[in-house]
Design a protein around this ligand. Structure first.
Ligand code: NAP
Length: 259
């Protein structure tokens, strides 16, 4: 399917690996020029080179922390008026809410709610003027069904969803859409590090812990980042202009409800 995106330009945040990288790759395959970001410069540059080599599109790498005003400024300087904005950043740490300080909450809210909102604010007017804009927020299945130890994520990300649900209805008449993709367990470094932690804690092998986690999911497996990237690219496509304010849960059927 031709996504009608050839020559469009995108900012993909937190994209040197994992889900952000997968979104960048799927957009590049559709002919989109990219500005990608992550904090670690060499890993980011490796990803940028790989995408240029494999997909022949222009890729600009901006190494910075996207959750800081300076990081956002650097990314926006590289591409002030993107057609597509994919918001992403690392998730907050697990823990118990009784231990969290105001500072812990502020960090989670800044990274997983305010940063995407600030980037949307900075880029939406040119999208409206051009009558084409696609915003995709990478959030978490924890928004739909809270995960006990991820209270910071449950809370901060849900705030982003609430805000975007309102804005999405205001801008869709200009062919600007705002959607979210909510990952369940996807096979990325982040997931692997939680498996490793669990294995060390329980004295089991990482493989056993992974098998047990996969068995808990109706699909019997973890999601593959490429599946996530392609769903994101579809939401950014020319054909997806009538899909907005939507929260696409990709969790292999893990959420147990009918709706
Ligand atoms: P990952 O494989 O660890 O990749 C994270 C990427 O984000 C890396 O490129 C990392 O590079 C970059 N990054 C992290 N913090 C950043 C920051 N402040 N500024 C710029 N770049 C930053 O993680 P992932 O699995 O793709 O997860 C992506 C998002 O989805 C996270 O918010 C995660 O909580 C959420 N999520 C993932 C899953 C899953 O199963 N994978 C499930 C639910 C939710 P640097 O470290 O070099 O900056």
């Amino acid at each position: 399917m031709d996504l009608g995106l050839k020559g469009r330009r995108a900012i993909v945040c937190a994209a040197s690996k994992g889900l952000g990288k997968a979104c960048a790759v799927s957009l590049a395959r559709a002919g989109v020029e990219l500005v990608i970001n992550a904090r670690t410069a060499d890993a980011l540059e490796r990803t940028a080179s790989e995408i240029r080599r494999e997909h022949g599109v222009k890729v600009t790498a901006v190494a910075c922390d996207i959750t800081t005003p300076d990081g956002q400024k650097q990314v926006l300087a590289a591409l002030p008026d993107p057609d597509i904005l994919v918001n992403n950043a690392g998730g907050p740490p697990p823990g118990d809410f009784k231990d969290w300080t105001r500072d812990d909450w502020m960090k989670a809210v800044v990274a997983n709610m305010l940063t995407p909102i600030e980037l949307i604010k900075a880029t939406i007017d040119p999208m409206i003027a051009r009558r084409f804009g696609r915003v995709v927020n990478i959030t978490s299945a924890a928004v739909k069904a809270p995960i006990d130890i991820l209270g910071l994520s449950n809370g901060a990300r849900t705030g982003l969803h609430g805000f975007c649900a309102g804005l999405a209805r205001k801008v869709v008449k200009h062919n600007v859409t705002i959607n979210a993709v909510l990952p369940g367990p996807f096979d990325t470094d982040r997931l692997r590090s939680t498996l490793k932690f669990e294995a060390q804690k329980s004295g089991r092998s990482e493989e056993d812990v992974a098998k047990a986690r996969m068995a808990l999911n109706p699909s019997g497996r973890f999601g593959q980042p490429a599946e996530f990237g392609d769903a994101c690219a579809f939401l950014c496509s020319a054909q997806a202009g009538y899909i907005t304010g939507h929260n696409l849960l990709m969790d292999g059927g893990g959420y147990p409800g009918t709706f």
